[in-house]
Every structure is written in C-alpha cells, then in structure tokens.
Design a protein around this ligand. Structure first.
Ligand SMILES: *[C@@H]1O[C@H](CO)[C@@H](O)[C@H](O)[C@H]1NC(C)=O
Length: 396
C-alpha cells in the first residue's frame, strides 16, 4: 500500500521521465587482450539493462552471440574498407556476408561508415565517405534491409566554432563534402552522430572552463547571447552547436545523436581532470539526465540519444594513459567506479551496490533543500524504480 501511494506520487511527479525512459547506449570497444567473451558480455548487458550497443567492426562472434536478445547493435565499417566499398558490387557483397546472415535475429539498427573520417589524417579518406555510404545504403535496399540506418560518427573537431552554440559552424575546408553527407542523411532520415568529449575541452583549458559545467554538476551555466537559451552543461552546448552548424548549411531538420561521450578515470600527470571522481560524476550525472529523457535546450522535446564510451577499459589502446581508462567496467566485469547503473542479483556481473550509491548521493544533494526528507524519499524511490521496475517492464 505504502509502495503504491509512492508509486502514484512518483508517476504524477515524474510522469514524463518514467513513461518514455529509454535504454542507455554504450560503446563496446574490443582493443584489449583480457576482455570477456561476447556471450558473457551479453549477460552483463542484460544485467545492466543496457540494450543499445555500438561495436567498431562487424565482429561475427558478437553478432552471433547477440542473436535473439534485446540488444540493438550499431556496427562499423572500418576506415580502411571505405575505398573498396565505394564499389556497389563490393558493398553488396559486404552487406550480404557481414550483415544479412545475422538479421533479423540480431537487431542491427545502424551501420557506421568509418569513424571520425572528416578529421582523419588521411585526407583522401574523406573523398570515399559519401560514395561508400551511398553504395552500402543501396546494397541494404537491394537486400531488403533498408531500415538499417547508415551514418558516420564525427569528431567535434569538424566544427570551426562551437561556442556559444549558436555560433556553431563546420570547418570551411570540409563544407563541400559535409553538404553532400548532410544531403544523404536528410534524404535517408538518418542521424548525425557526434563523438563529443567535454573532457578534452576541460583538459586543454582547466583554468578557464568550470569543471562543474563540464561534468554536469550544479553550476550557473551560460546563456547563449543570440538565442537566450540557458546551458548548464557543455555536452548539450556541443550538441546544439552541431545543430546550428548543420542549419547553416541548410539542414536544420537532421537529428543529432551522441555516438560517443565519456570521461577517463585515470590519466597521465599532464592529463588534467582525468580522475576516478570526475569520471564517476560525469557518467553518473549524464546517466541521470538520460533517465529523464532530456533533450538539449534547442530541442527540449527530443531526447538526446547518447552512447557512453566505453563499456570496458581497453588495455591495448595506444596513446596516453587516459585512452585505456574510459571503461565503466574492468575486463573482469567489476566496476571501474560506481556509476549508478543498476542490475539484478544473480549474475556474476551484478554490481549490487551501484544503485544504492546513486541513491545516497542524490539524498545528500537534497539535504538542505526546503522539501527535505519527503523529497529525498521520493527521489530514492524514483531511482529504485528507474533502475529496476521500469526496465523490467520494458523488457517484458
Ligand atoms: C530535407 O528533407 C526534408 C524532408 O524530406 C525536405 O523537405 C527538405 O527540403 C530537405 N532539405 C534539403 C536541404 O534538401
């Protein structure tokens, strides 16, 4: 009875959030020699109620292992293959062998054509992007698979300006091909995928950029002087900057989705901000926003779809220490830090204390508020419901 009264209260108070709560997306990178097998990873994703995953290739073991599960998967055509797949025959062959055998049992929902092609050191790669996308899209149509969306994740470095968001514009040297790319997205109703890391902006300029703004902690935020929109975090500002940049090329109607974002839990001494605490705060706060189905200030009613980077720490990634430490999880399935993702008991990957920690943190934040205990309790129940009940319902 007590539970039902609370439930009613919650549904009333948080109705929008509860009704449409969508799953969190996560990037499942595999550059490690100690990662669990795909079927173990699937168990882990199920326990965490994560049903959206992106991989960086078309790993056949993963596609097989994820068959008949609820997991939606975005696969990637590696950059090295774009040149070859410009050829329609090759593209048809590729879709027929790499994708077709696995669907519909495996829910492939998207194909990323390369990764960060617009900012790749190989300048000829960019020329192959749109032709390869067209060939793959045509091949999908021919094989009856054109519900699979084709796009490419771009680095935020495609932008010349990103601040304030209304000043968002693409680098002049890429606008020609960018326009062709946007034309393709607009025609096929596919999203623009952005890999956005506020961490990089903070690391490069920690004295001028407030940490709280970057990691979604309470802060005064900023107001875009041209739109008067208020931004309380950098990720939403970056997403809106992309929207403005597209609108300036005549494509204001394309959806922006965050194909990667994350925060390293460890870094080299010169990687300012890379820490366990900041990583936990960034991902936890973002997760909470995701649970609330938030849009950006420019598109408040359209949930900003986000894929976290990454599922695992990947010990074989080259580069600075941070590169190997973006994972929410260690390869053995234990949490790298507590991000507040819930799970059910009874699996080997069950991080049973995780939702408790999010709850107690939320409760702490509520202290001192005028509403006090009651609101804390509601919040606690909200978190509990969000992390267990809602997802159960969605899966049943
Ligand atoms: C984008 O697509 C919409 C809907 O199909 C269409 O009305 C619009 O003209 C397209 N925009 C451009 C610039 O092609």
């Amino acid at each position: 009875m007590f539970f039902h009264v609370l439930l009613l209260f919650l549904l009333h108070g948080f109705g929008g959030e509860l009704r449409g709560a969508s799953s969190l997306g996560i990037n499942y990178g595999q550059i490690g020699d100690d990662l669990p097998s795909p079927d173990k990873v699937l168990d882990m994703l199920m326990a965490l109620k994560i049903t959206k995953v992106r991989i960086y290739d078309t790993n056949q073991q993963i596609l097989s292992a994820f068959a008949n599960s609820d997991v939606e998967i975005i696969v990637t055509v590696e950059n090295e293959m774009l040149g070859e797949l410009m050829d329609p025959q090759q593209a048809l062959q590729w879709v027929a062998t790499q994708i077709k055998p696995y669907v519909p049992a495996t829910r492939v929902t998207g194909i990323a054509i390369g990764n960060e092609v617009f900012t790749d050191d190989d300048l000829t790669l960019m020329e192959t992007l749109v032709p390869a996308m067209l060939s793959i899209h045509t091949a999908l149509s021919q094989l009856g698979l054109d519900t699979i969306k084709v796009s490419t994740p771009s680095s935020l470095a495609v932008l010349q300006e990103s601040y304030p968001p209304s000043a968002g514009s693409f680098k002049p040297e890429i606008t020609g091909i960018m326009s062709q790319f946007l034309q393709f997205l607009n025609t096929t109703n596919a999203p623009f995928w952005i890999n956005a890391y506020p961490y990089f902006a903070y690391k490069d300029n920690p004295n001028n950029i407030p940490l709280e703004y970057v990691i979604f902690n309470p802060n005064p935020g900023m107001i875009d002087p041209y739109t008067n929109l208020h931004y309380d975090n950098m990720l939403y500002a970056q997403a809106d900057a992309v929207l403005f940049a597209m609108a300036k090329l005549g494509f204001g109607g394309i959806e922006v989705r965050v194909s990667e974002t994350g925060w390293p839990s460890k870094g080299d001494p010169n990687e300012v901000g890379a820490s366990l605490e900041n990583a936990a705060n960034y991902n936890r706060n973002l997760l909470r926003r995701q649970m609330a189905n938030e849009g950006t200030p420019l598109r408040p009613n359209l949930r900003l779809e986000v894929y976290l980077f990454a599922l695992f720490n990947e010990n074989m990634k080259p580069g600075p220490t941070s590169e190997r430490n973006y994972g929410l999880y260690q390869p053995d399935g234990t949490m790298a830090y507590n991000v507040g993702l819930s799970s059910f008991k009874g699996t080997s990957f069950s991080p049973s204390s995780s939702s408790i920690s999010l709850t107690s943190k939320a409760t702490r934040e509520m202290k001192g508020s005028t509403i006090g205990y009651c609101r804390s309790l509601v919040y606690l129940m909200f978190v509990y419901l969000i992390t267990s009940r809602v997802f159960t319902r969605r899966l049943s």
